[in-house]
Design a protein around this ligand. Structure first.
Ligand SMILES: [Fe+2]
Ligand SMILES: [Fe+2]
Length: 262
């Protein structure tokens, strides 16, 4: 058996603190062999700085970080994207962009490929995510025992369609980006573990991480103002995938924890 714990978008200081204080014990409680977390909102909810990326990479309890449409928001992220093979950006960004979109890791004797792909529905106009997966799969299938995809997308229809498209090739597909966990986890017909969105890690009493008063004001006035992370209670959302010796997904279980503290 091999268990992979996936964690949704890490949001701001609260999200980073949860990684530091909670993830080791959750990993142990759940018996996870590997942890993959989405880093795209780790710095104030807006991308990730070089310093915050290094800090999270050095925690030791998280093996791989995926990201999404906010990954290039902080100017100094380029170096760490080039230097670390444990930090991924969506594979369907154009070729000149720094960083890598997928990688194969060896953990506890298993070869695990992790791909990060962005959706295109209501998102940036990147290369076709379905064809991007085909290209990755051509290379990765010989290199890995378990293939995982963090599909970072807005539209549930695109994510579900991608799940079926990758079913039988990817062993696990989970969605990120909306910051709201969906209750549709299942094993698809050809054996892939799938969930439309695993949710976020960070402030609980906010609008997908941001102070609620700011977002309500935005909706009332149709004028955008600077986003600030919400304060107070916090949450960790994710999913645990369990695989057999052949890499077949046996089970997918949602993780959702709420804390009174930031
Ligand atoms: Fe996000
Ligand atoms: Fe996103």
């Amino acid at each position: 058996m091999f268990k992979i714990l996936t964690l949704g978008d890490i949001f701001g200081h609260s999200g980073r603190k949860l990684m530091e204080t909670q993830v080791s014990s959750i990993k142990e409680q759940l018996g996870a062999d590997m942890v993959i977390a989405n880093i795209e909102n780790a710095s104030g909810g807006n991308g990730v700085t070089d310093a915050n990326a290094r800090e999270l990479l050095s925690l030791g309890c998280i093996d791989v970080f995926t990201s999404g449409n906010h990954i290039f928001n902080q100017k100094d992220v380029n170096n760490i994207l080039q230097q670390s093979d444990r930090l991924l950006r969506p594979a369907n960004y154009p070729e000149p962009c720094p960083g890598r979109g997928w990688e194969c890791y060896r953990i506890k004797g298993r070869r695990i490929a992790v791909a990060n792909i962005s959706g295109c529905a209501f998102m940036d106009n990147l290369d076709n995510p379905f064809l991007t997966f085909d290209k990755i799969w051509q290379e990765a299938q010989e290199l890995c025992d378990i293939m995982c995809v963090d599909f970072h997308g807005e539209a549930t229809s695109e994510k579900i369609a991608f799940g079926y498209y990758a079913d039988g090739r990817a062993n696990a597909v989970w969605g990120t980006h909306t910051h709201v966990q969906t209750a549709d986890e299942r094993i698809l017909p050809a054996g892939s573990g799938y969930i439309t969105d695993i949710g976020m890690c960070g402030p609980y009493d906010g609008v997908i991480g941001v102070q609620k008063e700011i977002i309500i004001k935005n909706f009332l006035t149709q004028r955008k103002t600077r986003h600030e992370p919400a304060k107070g209670a916090s949450q960790i959302n994710g999913a645990l995938f369990t695989f057999d010796e052949e890499g077949k997904c046996l089970e997918i279980t949602r993780l959702r924890r709420i804390y009174d503290t930031p």
